[in-house]
Write a protein that binds this ligand. Structure first.
Ligand SMILES: Cc1ncc(COP(=O)(O)O)c(C=O)c1O
Length: 397
């Protein structure tokens, strides 16, 4: 008698395109191809290194035996540093800050404390697939709104407004954006705030790439633009501070205290239930936010050169066009080759070993007909990968 363990149906809705392409890559590797990974946004896989002072602060904390559980909301020194950093960005009305196992866990807790089954949250399409995955876990709906390629992948206000109904609880903005590299300025952010205020939505502002912008001073913290809006500002050590393996993130909730009390208490219940985030790494937060940042000049110089290479090579290719990314380390080129994005990516991965991700994995609404690539690899590797992608496009045309 078969006694199969039947998994929960909610997992059927979960796909994670970034990792799904690995199966094609494995086949290409087995066929002897050199694999070039342009699929995962992990800077440490390439020539980016965690700044020494961030590593040392963590090691020192471990040596000082800060290896027990931390307070559930995070160690005070980290929370204070986060709030000071937010104050420097103009966020003045924070009601709760909590430290988490990656910003992923902050997203998880903030969503878990907010939605009931059947509720929905508006998420950008294309956008980071963690949001739909988390919502699926709570039997809630990730309702896509379009980013408009024609305006450099800015949020489409009409699409947002038409997606809102009485079960909508929140609106997500990712700025700078994964997967498009777009940066959203104060004018559009103010429009998002207006919509959130009008419909009493929580505005999730995912700012994990905030200092990775190519135009100096082009980043604006959403919560710096409104005292009244209920905003969760998400951040962490993974990208700007080049330590994704630390699994250390955080969130600050800002807005009118009274109206957020119940929600913050619900989040704190969930924080307590999971005990704490990683402890020793929390001692790296203040040194990261308030220590030397000059390493970022080198990081940004490399990323800018790599971004330019991607845009130049892809825009010269037949049937491919690429909006210039303004931040983060992703590009989201369009393909007009008479094949689907999945077909194109499968062909590229299988035939050339260059691992890129189909755009529809980041939301069907605006992601179809595109692919995402990560421009973290050094120029020589990136140039080789781009040449192979362009070759495949040439053969299709
Ligand atoms: C937009 C965005 N938000 C959140 C995360 C998750 O980051 P963390 O490592 O802090 O969990 C990522 C990771 O790629 C991301 O791109």
């Amino acid at each position: 008698m078969s006694r199969n363990i039947e998994p929960a149906r909610r997992t059927e809705k979960m796909t994670y395109a970034v990792r799904d392409v690995i199966a094609w890559a494995k086949e290409a590797a087995a066929a002897g191809k050199e694999i070039l990974y342009l699929n995962i946004g992990d800077p440490n896989l390439f020539d980016f290194v965690t700044p020494a002072h961030i590593v040392e602060a963590t090691v020192e904390a471990m040596r000082a035996n800060k290896n027990g559980y931390a307070p559930s909301s995070g160690v005070q020194a980290a929370r204070d540093a986060i709030e000071r950093d937010n104050a420097r960005k103009g966020i003045t009305n924070i009601v709760h800050t909590f430290v988490t196992t990656g910003s992923s866990e902050a997203i998880d807790l903030a969503v878990a404390a907010l939605v009931n089954p059947g509720d929905n949250i508006l998420v950008p399409s294309p956008g980071y697939p963690l949001y739909p995955a988390v919502l699926a876990r709570f039997d809630a709906e990730a309702r896509p709104y379009a980013l408009d390629e024609g305006s450099g992948w800015q949020p489409d206000l009409g699409s947002i407004r038409s997606g809102i109904d009485e079960r909508t609880k929140a609106l997500v903005v990712i700025n700078p954006n994964n997967p498009t590299g777009s940066v959203t300025g104060p004018k559009v952010l103010r429009q998002l705030i207006e919509v959130a205020l009008e419909h009493n939505l929580v505005l999730f502002s995912d700012e994990i790439y905030d200092r990775l912008v190519f135009e100096p001073d082009s980043f604006t913290a959403t919560a710096s633009l409104s005292e009244e809006a209920k905003i969760i500002t998400l951040h962490g050590l993974s990208k700007v501070f080049i330590a994704p393996g630390f699994r250390l993130g955080w969130a600050s909730i800002s807005g009118p205290a009274g109206e957020l009390d119940d929600y913050c208490e619900a989040i704190q219940k969930l924080e307590r239930a999971r005990l704490s985030a990683n402890h020793p790494e929390q001692y790296a937060v203040a040194p990261a936010l308030e220590g030397p940042m000059d390493y970022l000049d080198g990081v940004l110089a490399k990323l800018r050169r790599r971004r330019d290479l991607v845009v130049e090579k892809l825009n010269a290719a037949p049937g491919i066009s690429c909006v210039e990314p303004q931040g983060a380390f992703y590009a989201f080129p369009r393909i007009d080759l008479g094949v689907s994005d999945a077909e194109f990516c499968e062909k590229v991965v299988r035939e050339t070993g260059v691992v890129i991700v189909p755009g529809s994995g980041f939301g069907k609404l605006a992601g179809e007909g595109h692919f995402r690539l990560v421009f973290l690899p050094p120029e020589d590797v990136l140039a080789r990968a781009l040449d192979r992608i362009v070759d495949v496009a040439r053969k299709i045309v």
